[in-house]
Design a protein around this ligand. Sequence first.
Ligand code: ZN
Length: 151
Amino acid sequence: MNKSKLEYCPFCGKEAYQHQVKPLKLQYKSHSITVNQPGYWCNKCGEGVIGGDDRKATQKELQAFRAKVDGLLTPDEAKTIREKLKLTQQKACDIFGGGINAFSRYERGETPIPKPLSQLLRLLGKHPNLLIELNNKLNRVHSNKKHKIAI
Ligand SMILES: [Zn+2]
């Protein structure tokens, strides 16, 4: 679809369907949020189609909103704690698991931060020295693998 060209609305058939940003009110549990949602919105009937790129424009804001409702870390809070712990995204994935791109996905708001990880990061954010214990454990496991020592 050409973003500047007017299209016929698939809902009402009027030629008033174009790519634009519209305030969209969404509800999660008993809370609501209004985001500036890009999409192909119809000026006649108000219906719209939200594509992949349009969704990405609001995903982090929505993820942060849901995280706050659920009492979990927001994408930015997770990033702040990771940086405070002086971990790269890659190193954080080594320590906490979730796959090689897990922290990239959490921080972009693509994937919700699992509750146990959220709780653990919150603790480590307050007591960063505890990370040394996790790191030592991880290094031991790695060196055991390297030398094929049975645990
Ligand atoms: Zn329409």
